[in-house]
Design a binder for this molecule. Structure first.
Ligand SMILES: [Zn+2]
Ligand SMILES: [Zn+2]
Length: 325
């Protein structure tokens, strides 16, 4: 039996086809990972990357000259070696059929000096620092001339698009508002109450709740496009990372860490993307983080219709994630 489910507030649909919703059971085999001695993101390889744009070390942020040679760092931000966009291209004209130079910024955030670090194994101190670095770097690029959106995301595993196994996130600052967010805003502006606040209110008491701490909840959303999808929302209405206090940042980091640890326990050879959705200048937007494990690829039907077929109902996914079955 399958079900067609409509998105909470958008005109989007997915198909939940539960016929094959077995717990994933492939044996856990390690990806043939690059040895840490070959890894340019490891501590000690600082001179093998472009000069750092920012370095976090012992609670301090170093953003001035000679960052390249800073050793014993906790988090290191560098320009992407193969950037999707470049700060040298100016004044993009985004009208129809106009060739426009790709203005923007593309940064890699090396989350930890150790090659073997995994985000779900981070200490409170490490996860807080990572969230603080996310907040800082997003604010930094958001303030740049002509930047309309800063996309912050993490790809984990080759299947999810990560080219290196050393734990890192990325940030791409673009001179335009992504259409998926304008679409959301159009709907949100027409509503009397925030649809995300409504999701928090309803899902908090439901079987799809995965985790809740002081400021955040993690749910397996009713509208799940992929198996084991997780949606993280602040319980109170907040539109952007910059509005979070350190206490809230720790709470957010804890929620991400818990969610990834449950996924790691449940899905063999876990690969995933997580993405931050936020709009600094739109008070009505509700900040959220979406974690999407990569367990299959979008094929003809998905690309033709935008309708995803998900073979793992979120209600069963939660049971697997929380070992309730
Ligand atoms: Zn490494
Ligand atoms: Zn809200």
């Amino acid at each position: 039996m399958s079900e067609i489910r409509k998105h909470y507030f958008l005109e989007e649909h997915c198909i939940i086809a539960s016929g094959r919703s077995k717990r994933p059971s492939a044996p856990k085999v390690c990806e043939s990972e690059e040895a840490s001695s070959d890894c340019v993101f490891c501590a000690g390889s600082e001179d093998r990357t472009p000069p750092a744009t920012a370095v976090y070390k012992n609670g301090e942020i170093l953003q001035d000259s000679d960052k390249q040679n800073v050793k014993d760092w906790n988090i290191r931000c560098i320009p992407n070696l193969f950037p999707a966009l470049s700060p040298d291209a100016k004044d993009p004209d985004l009208s129809d059929f106009t060739v426009s130079k790709g203005y923007g910024f593309h940064e890699v955030i090396i989350e930890n000096p150790s090659h073997d670090n995994r985000i779900h194994l981070s200490s409170d101190e490490e996860i807080l620092l990572l969230m603080q670095a996310y907040q800082d770097r997003v604010k930094y690029y958001q303030a740049k001339d002509g930047i309309k959106y800063v996309s912050l995301f993490k790809n984990w595993g080759k299947k999810a698009g990560a080219s290196l196994p050393h734990t890192h996130s990325q940030l791409i600052a673009v001179p335009l508002m992504p259409s998926c967010l304008s679409k959301e805003m159009d709907v949100i502006k027409k509503r009397d109450i925030c649809p995300y606040c409504d999701i928090v209110k309803k899902e908090r008491g439901m079987e799809r709740l995965i985790y809740e701490n002081e400021y955040f909840i993690a749910i397996a959303p009713y509208f799940s496009m992929v198996p084991y999808e997780i949606l993280i929302l602040p319980i109170k209405h907040i539109n952007h990372l910059s509005a979070l206090t350190d206490e809230m940042l720790l709470s957010l980091g804890d929620c991400i860490r818990y969610s990834v640890s449950r996924l790691d326990e449940t899905i063999p050879e876990l690969t995933y993307n997580y993405m931050f959705f936020q709009l600094e200048h739109e008070e009505e937007y509700h900040f959220n983080v979406r974690i999407k494990p990569v367990t299959s690829i979008a094929a003809g039907f998905e690309k033709n219709t935008g309708i995803y077929i998900n073979t793992m109902p979120p209600e069963i996914a939660v049971d697997h994630l929380l070992n309730r079955d």
